[in-house]
Design a protein. Structure first.
Length: 368
């Protein structure tokens, strides 16, 4: 079969190769024929050498839908022929962490597909613990409708869930990329009455606006975000902030962060984590979904008394069934995130486009 392989020694790090069709190795495995997959920013993190646990010479990809073509004897909730959406994480469902819903820290799982074992940017993929990791797609939900359920939609939901949104809340979302936009959709679903989208990329704000995802669309290049948020919230600040941008550029600025009790915190960095705590109201929750490529600075002495709660993490993607139900009921639609479609044969071109974000590229669907 055709498969997109990551190898750090290749000039482009990736190559389309011929590989054996995977076989069942365990009674809880399923073999899935991939009908649609996608490229994720995390695939780029692997190619950039930023994911130390990633294995070399594996097939990339962890975001996909497909059809079960073979299934292990221990799987009772699915059958051959089922159309399924896949969870980006592999998890057993039984260990201490899984029992609490913290599947990202499953004792024997976590992010495996397309990272430590062969992933989905291929014609077929072996899914371990398929009884937990695959969810049957309802009949009125197309493969395209379901493509993002197990990864970016779950991550967007995770961000919104971290903020413990109450009806009527004002939620600010930093980053209007695919994950940020999914957070906007989910924050709305969880009862936020005012959603503020923030991004430095005007085109992405426009896409959010075209899809009516927020009430305000703010670009830090054109306005003072702290002032704008104060105006919108009667000086209070946002009830919750979802950080889905992950940008900072702290080079040579450490000395600016030395604590001087007699000086107010007047240093302004371009870190989106810093923006997040500054625009939050006292006692707000900041849900950090973003993955940073450098350490971040939290000037705790300066924010002492603001009584903020920070939550961070890799997505505990435990709501796939519920999210598919919302899609089936027309409450969620993420189709607009697919800005381009490529054949698996041309996946290298798709990576080239995804990296540059040209042509308003948000997400690329890869067809078999
Ligand atoms: N926690 C998880 O499990 C999980 C899962 C998926 C993705 N992620 C992470 O979430 C983040 C978002 O993912 P994505 O696919 O939407 O990425 P993306 O890069 O497409 O989107 C990030 C957005 O942030 C914007 N941005 C950059 N600098 C900014 C600034 N200074 N102010 C405001 N906006 C700024 C960019 O213009 C872009 O639109 C990434 O860091 C990704 O690695 C985490
Ligand atoms: Zn991903
Ligand atoms: Zn587990």
């Amino acid at each position: 079969m055709k498969a997109l392989v990551y190898n750090k020694d290749l000039p482009k790090k990736i190559e389309l190769q011929q590989r054996e069709i995977p076989k069942l190795q365990h009674p809880k495995d399923a073999i899935v024929e991939v009908t649609l997959s996608s490229i994720c920013t995390s695939d780029l993190h692997i190619m950039n050498g930023m994911v130390p646990k990633a294995n070399n010479n594996i097939i990339l990809g962890h975001e996909f839908v497909g059809k079960i073509v073979d299934i292990g004897s221990d799987i009772k909730n699915l059958k051959i022929g089922d159309r399924v959406s896949a969870n980006c994480e592999t998890f057993c469902g039984k260990c201490y962490f899984c029992q609490k819903g913290y599947i990202n820290n499953c004792e024997i799982g976590g992010w495996k597909l397309g990272c430590q074992i062969d992933g989905c940017q291929a014609q077929y993929v072996r899914v371990p613990y398929a009884n937990m990791g695959l969810t049957k797609i309802p009949d009125n939900v197309s493969d395209k409708n379901a493509l993002f359920v197990g990864d970016i939609l779950s991550s967007g939901y995770f961000g919104a869930e971290m903020c413990e949104i109450k009806t009527g809340d004002t939620i600010a979302i930093i980053g209007s990329g695919p994950v940020g936009m999914c957070s906007m959709i989910c924050a709305n679903l969880l009862g936020a009455s005012t959603i503020i989208a923030i991004d430095t990329n005007e085109k992405r704000l426009e896409i959010a606006k075209q899809n009516n995802l927020a009430n305000y669309y703010l670009n830090p290049k054109n306005c003072d975000i702290e002032k704008e948020i104060k105006n919108i919230t009667n000086n209070k600040g946002a009830d919750g902030v979802i950080e889905a941008a992950g940008y900072s550029n702290y080079k040579n600025t450490q000395e600016n962060h030395n604590f001087n009790p007699s000086k107010p915190y007047d240093y302004k960095s371009d870190s989106t984590l810093e923006l997040a705590w500054k625009i939050a109201r006292p006692n707000a929750i900041i849900g950090v979904v973003a993955m940073y490529e450098e350490n971040q600075i939290l000037p705790l002495p300066h924010m002492y008394g603001k009584n903020l709660t920070f939550k961070t993490g890799g997505v505990d993607a435990i709501h796939c069934k519920k999210l598919l139900q919302y899609i089936s009921e027309g409450k969620i639609n993420t189709d607009f995130l697919i800005t381009q479609t490529y054949k698996l044969d041309n996946i290298i071109d798709a990576y080239d486009l995804f990296k540059t974000q040209k042509d308003n590229c948000l997400k690329i669907a890869i067809e078999k």
